[in-house]
Design a protein around this ligand. Structure first.
Ligand code: B1M
Length: 213
C-alpha cells in the first residue's frame, strides 16, 4: 500500500489544503486503497494530530476550522464508496450534535456510515435542543435518535433527550444511540440510552442491528 500517499493526505489536511486533500483522496481511490484505510490512516490521522496540537495550544481555532473543512470535503469524496451496493431503506434516524455543541465532523461521519447501511438520516445539524430531537422523531416517525457530543459541558444534554423521550411517551418506540469523545458505555447506561459506540462504523452496525432485529 502507498503509505506515502496516506501520509500526504494527513499532512495536507493538517495544513487545511482542502482542494489538494480531495485530489489526493481521489488518487488513493484510483490506486485501489480502501475507503476505510483512506479515512482512518489519512483523514482521521491528520485530524487527530490537529486535535493534539489544539490541546497543546500549538494551533488555534482558525487552523482547526480549515483542517475541519478539509476533513469534511475529503470524507465527502469517500461517501459513494462506503455505501453498500443497491441498498434499500431499512429505517429512519434523526441525528444531531447536542445543544451548546458545534462540533460536527464525527456527526457527519456517522451520517455517512448510517446512509451507507440504507438508513434514512434526518440531519438536524449542530446545537440541537432536546425538544427538536423528540419532535422530529415523532413527526418524521424515526426509529432511531442519534446524539453526538464532543464537550464534557454538553454531554449532559443527552440525558435530557432520554428524559424528554420518556415524558413524550415514545421511549419504547425509539432507540437512543450516543457517541463522541467524552462519552462511554458507563455514561450510556447511567443515562438510560440504548447504545454507545466509539466510532461511526460501529454506530452504523448497531443502528442496522436495531432496525433489523
Ligand atoms: Co473543539 N474541542 N472546541 N473545536 N475540538 C475538542 C472536542 C477538545 C477535546 C479539544 C481539547 O481541548 N483537547 C475540547 C473539549 C474538551 C472537553 O470538553 N473535555 C474542545 C474545546 C474545549 C472547544 C472549544 C470550547 C474551544 C474554545 O472555543 N475555547 C470550542 C467549543 C465550541 C462549541 O462547540 N460550542 C471548540 C471549537 C472547535 C472548532 C469550531 C474549532 C472545531 C470544530 C469544527 C467542526 O466540527 N466543524 C473543533 C475541533 C475540530 C476539535 C477537535 C480538535 C477535533 C474534533 C473532531 O472533529 N475530531 C477536538 C479534539 C479531539 O477530539 N482530539 C476538540 C474528529 C472526529 C472524526 O472525531 O468528533 O470524536 P469525533 O467523532 C468520532 C467519535 O467520537 C465517534 O465517531 C467518530 C469517529 O468515527 N462519534 C460517534 C461521534 N459522534 C458519534 C455519535 C454516535 C457514535 C459515534 O452515535 C450516535
Amino acid at each position: 500500500m502507498n503509505t506515502e500517499l496516506l501520509k500526504n493526505i494527513s499532512e495536507n489536511l493538517q495544513k487545511g489544503r482542502a482542494k489538494l486533500v480531495k485530489e489526493l483522496v481521489q488518487q488513493a481511490l484510483d490506486e485501489g486503497i480502501s475507503p476505510e484505510t483512506i479515512l482512518n490512516e489519512g483523514l482521521l490521522d491528520g485530524m487527530n494530530i490537529v486535535g493534539g496540537k489544539f490541546k497543546a495550544g500549538e494551533v488555534y481555532v482558525p487552523e482547526v476550522l480549515i483542517a475541519a473543512r478539509a476533513m469534511n470535503q475529503g470524507a465527502q469524496m469517500l461517501k459513494p464508496y462506503l455505501e453498500e451496493a443497491g441498498v434499500q431503506s431499512i429505517g429512519r434516524a434523526c441525528l444531531g450534535t447536542v445543544q451548546g455543541d458545534l462540533h460536527d465532523i464525527g456527526k457527519n461521519l456517522v451520517k455517512m456510515m448510517l446512509e451507507g447501511k440504507g438508513i434514512e438520516v434526518i440531519d438536524l445539524g449542530t446545537d440541537v435542543a432536546p425538544e427538536t430531537f423528540i419532535n422530529t422523531a415523532i413527526e418524521q416517525d424515526c426509529q432511531l435518535i442519534c446524539l453526538s457530543a464532543l464537550l464534557t459541558t454538553t454531554m449532559g444534554v443527552m440525558e435530557e433527550v432520554v428524559k424528554k423521550a420518556e415524558e413524550a411517551g415514545i421511549r419504547d418506540k425509539v432507540k437512543i444511540m450516543i457517541g463522541g469523545a467524552p462519552v462511554d458505555d458507563a455514561f450510556c447506561k447511567k443515562i438510560g440510552a440504548d447504545a454507545y459506540t466509539p466510532d461511526a462504523a460501529s454506530a452504523a452496525d448497531v443502528a442496522k442491528s436495531f432496525l433489523t432485529a
